[in-house]
Design a protein. Structure first.
Length: 598
């Protein structure tokens, strides 16, 4: 199939903007908890009425300090309650939010604030304030910097005490559906980040249709979601707006270091994450089971879960014997894994990269369905996702209702719909290249099946062509190799080379367990073990599994274990965990040469 579309399930309000949502919630669900904030170690609910009042009080401060309609205001912070509060306060002042990753360098901050023409910045910490201060001389438009941990909310609330309610109400109504809501800068896997201009209409079309199609997951008064993705990323932003649109209870945590504890205390009904989160949960549970002497039970339980999930889509479903085994393992293993995820969660939405068929079936088999999605900043997050009631593991689902997906003659995925951005800020050339006749050219390669389910097979710019002329899409084999517990990252190489190779980094936490279990010296690292025969054999098993998914010409013939990780600080990965292949290839050129030497 070359093109597929679904009718819209949600009508975008012609004259509305996203601030209408918090006013509507306060009017229709005044006492319903729409937010939860972490105070000390406890979650404290925030009702729709309270949230509206806090947003408006902060918006009054922005207005009093001179923020005007259409002004750009940067927001540099980890994911936290105040992020959502300030986002809606900026909109309520009639302004435009420019999110910046909290891990951004001063040079990156200077580029984004300078390119967007931000007149103010709201930062989280003193470190962020110092970063802005270090480049402020190069930012002539920047008039204000407020620090969340320095009392920004209280400062702005006090500053806005004399601003009338009617003034903030008028400002809140300034923007219409086609006005700019935010400028989200892409991660920049190549070159400088580009500012994607997203309108209020884009978010309404995206989140409204998503919530309607996944209605059982967004039940007001019952459902809840814990946001641990970066709010500066469009996926995290979509979670924020969709939760408010539904509305459902939204909690925010700044990172995934203590994720299992946070899940246990918040007990969400819905989780949204990236594949690496779900891989870590699985790999950690498996490693713990093996360390406790229950490895064989866990592995048999995992095999049963996968087989059970696959059998559900076959005529007749799982056999009696498989159902009995599944019931036994549900008591012994699956129920404990569900408890790790909070105990109430039945669904998750995974995006950012392919989850992989094995993990998809595993989670489905333990009674926790991971729905895959696919999208880009330019499509305001998900442009396709798996319907909750018609899952096809191995695909990223059907198009967002109200949108179209087309496969071009060269296999590129093209998008059309109200959720698609209107262009890049201050970059007409890039806009003209990306948008043609109303269709956005994603740069991704994919296929559509007879039911309109989309599968992504790679990136046009990442296709390798070996010396023998074989085209290789790295994503398929990389995803499979990363599925091994020890593997943190994998990058396939081989452009213009006689065969395909791979660079592999190791998960430090699980490597330490593996080393202890295999009698290696205490404190062993990837650097000290990279030539160890047992470790090489273990990674070879991961590579063999990856090779089983591709043809012989596409398979990895040789690999190198790297002594260090790919890090954001070194520029190897983006904040959304995408590989910057050109940077990795440059920094590890000697390792790549070693693969082909001789």
């Amino acid at each position: 199939m070359r093109e597929f579309s679904l009718p819209a399930l949600y009508e975008v309000p012609a004259d509305g903007n996203l601030t209408d949502l918090i006013s509507r919630n306060a009017a229709q669900h005044p006492d319903v908890a729409v937010m939860a904030r972490k105070v000390a170690d406890a979650w404290v609910d925030v009702t729709a009425t309270q949230f509206l009042a806090e947003v408006r009080a902060t918006a009054k401060g922005l207005i009093a300090q001179g923020v005007r309609p259409g002004d750009r205001v940067a927001l540099i912070s980890r994911t936290r309650y105040e992020w959502v509060q300030f986002d809606f306060a900026i909109w309520s002042a009639g302004a435009v939010t420019v999110p910046v990753y909290e891990t951004s360098s001063p040079e990156q901050i200077q580029w984004i604030l300078g390119d967007s023409g931000a007149v103010a910045a709201i930062v989280e910490s003193g470190t962020h304030a110092e970063s802005v201060a270090s480049v402020r001389d190069a930012l002539p438009a920047l008039e204000h910097v407020w620090q969340i941990e320095g009392g920004a909310v209280e400062e702005l609330t006090e500053a806005g005490r004399d601003v009338a309610d009617e003034t903030v109400a008028a400002r809140s109504a300034t923007a219409k559906a086609d006005d700019i809501a935010t400028i989200v800068y892409t991660s920049g896997t190549t070159g400088r980040p580009k500012g994607c201009v997203l309108t209020h209409r884009n978010f309404f079309a995206e989140c409204g249709n998503l919530v309607e199609r996944l209605k059982p997951l967004f039940a007001t008064g019952r459902a809840s979601v814990l946001l641990f993705l970066p709010a500066a990323h469009v996926f995290g932003r979509m979670v924020e707006v969709a939760s408010v649109l539904a509305p459902i209870r939204l909690g925010c945590v700044p990172d995934i270091k203590n994720l299992t504890d946070e899940l246990a205390s918040f007990r969400p009904t819905l989780i949204l994450g990236v594949p690496r989160v779900f891989e870590k949960v699985y790999n950690s549970a498996r490693a713990k089971a093996h360390a406790d002497g229950k490895g064989k039970i866990f592995d048999k339980a995992a095999q049963t879960a996968i087989a059970y999930s696959r059998a559900k889509s076959t005529p007749g479903g799982p056999s009696l014997g498989l159902r009995l085994k599944h019931k036994l393992f549900d008591t012994l293993v699956y129920s404990k894994l569900r408890a790790v995820l909070g105990g109430r969660c039945e669904f998750a939405i995974s995006g950012g990269a392919p989850l992989g068929e094995r993990l998809g079936h595993f989670y489905s088999g333990i009674g926790f369905t991971v729905l895959e999605g696919y999208g880009l900043t330019e499509s305001c997050a998900a442009t396709a996702f798996t319907p909750w009631d018609r899952q096809k593991i191995g695909t990223v689902g059907q198009p967002l209702p109200g949108s179209k997906v087309r496969i071009a003659d060269d296999g590129e995925v093209l998008l059309h719909g109200e959720h698609v951005f209107r262009g890049y800020w201050n970059n007409e050339a890039a806009t003209a290249e990306a948008l043609a006749d109303g269709w956005f050219h994603t740069g991704d390669i994919g296929t559509l099946d007879e039911d309109g389910y989309l599968a992504i097979t790679g990136r046009k710019k990442e296709i390798l062509v070996t010396a023998g002329g074989k085209n290789v899409a790295p994503a398929v084999i990389e995803d499979r190799i990363r599925g091994h517990a020890l593997v943190a990252e994998c990058m396939v190489v081989g452009d213009g080379r006689p065969f395909v190779g791979a660079l592999v980094t190791l998960d430090e936490e699980l490597l330490a367990r593996w080393a202890a279990d295999h009698g290696k010296p205490a404190g062993s690292t990837a650097a000290s073990l990279r030539e160890d025969p047992e470790l090489l054999a273990e990674v070879q098993r991961a590579v063999d599994d990856g090779n089983s998914a591709v043809s012989k010409a596409e398979s990895v013939r040789k690999f190198r274990i790297l002594p260090s990780q790919f890090t954001e600080e070194a520029g190897h990965i983006t904040p959304s965990l995408k590989l910057k292949r050109n940077v990795v290839a440059k920094d590890f050129a000697d390792e790549i040469e070693a693969i082909y030497r001789g």
